[in-house]
Ligand binder design. Structure first.
Ligand SMILES: *[C@@H]1O[C@H](CO)[C@@H](O)[C@H](O)[C@H]1NC(C)=O
Ligand SMILES: *[C@@H]1O[C@H](CO)[C@@H](O)[C@H](O)[C@H]1NC(C)=O
Length: 188
């Protein structure tokens, strides 16, 4: 008797469990892409701008906020974490029109080469892109001619964005590195 009763009891508990689970997940429901205007085909855009990273002086834009006790001894500065708020300009010159800012973190993540973990937002401030953001999460081996980093998402006009950014150093003048970015993104 007990042998028969036990599985029945289990089945009942399982049914109750599934029922409760379905109920508590009512915060999620499928909707149609048209609800968000996502029925239109995606656009592919190419953005080109120049990133100015200034690590010291009067107009410093990037500050080291953390390091490991071993960072100074490491040939790659392994463990250093830098917070940036770098202007993005239309042309390489520092007085060229600012189109946005690169705000985020780069951190020395390799013990064998200068390879940064890049976690940042390109926050645009111009025209119809004012307030829209592209988010980058990638690896930047700074001595490579071209470094590619994924665009993992965006907001505003860049909702559902995906693509990649290619960075190549334009020049290094004193404490300022000027980097050309070519970004290719799908978005709606
Ligand atoms: C800092 O920025 C101002 C305004 O862009 C510029 O005039 C000045 O030359 C810069 N100073 C340095 C040390 O780069
Ligand atoms: C961008 O948006 C901000 C906040 O809405 C506004 O203050 C600023 O004037 C705008 N800039 C441009 C260039 O439109």
């Amino acid at each position: 008797m007990a042998k028969i009763f036990f599985p029945k009891f289990l089945l009942l508990s399982l049914t109750t469990f599934i029922f409760i689970t379905t109920k508590t997940h009512s915060f999620i429901k499928p909707i149609s892409p048209t609800n968000l205007g996502l029925h239109k085909p995606q656009k592919l855009s190419h953005l080109r701008f120049f990133f100015h990273d200034i690590i010291g002086g009067k107009n410093q834009t990037a500050v080291r906020v953390a390091a490991s006790p071993t960072t100074e001894k490491s040939p790659t500065g392994f463990g250093a974490v830098v917070m940036m708020d770098d202007p993005l300009t239309e042309e390489p010159e520092s007085d060229s029109k600012i189109v946005g800012r690169a705000q985020g973190i780069y951190a020395s993540a390799s013990q064998t080469e200068v390879g940064f973990l890049m976690v940042l937002n390109f926050a645009f401030t111009t025209g119809k892109y004012n307030g829209s953001v592209l988010s980058v999460l990638g690896r930047n081996k700074v001595d490579s001619a071209v470094r590619e980093m994924p665009i993992v998402g965006g907001s505003g006009l860049f909702r559902f964005a995906s693509g990649y950014a290619q960075a190549s150093t334009h020049s290094i003048i004193g404490l300022e590195a000027i980097v050309e970015y070519n970004v290719y993104v799908f978005h709606y």
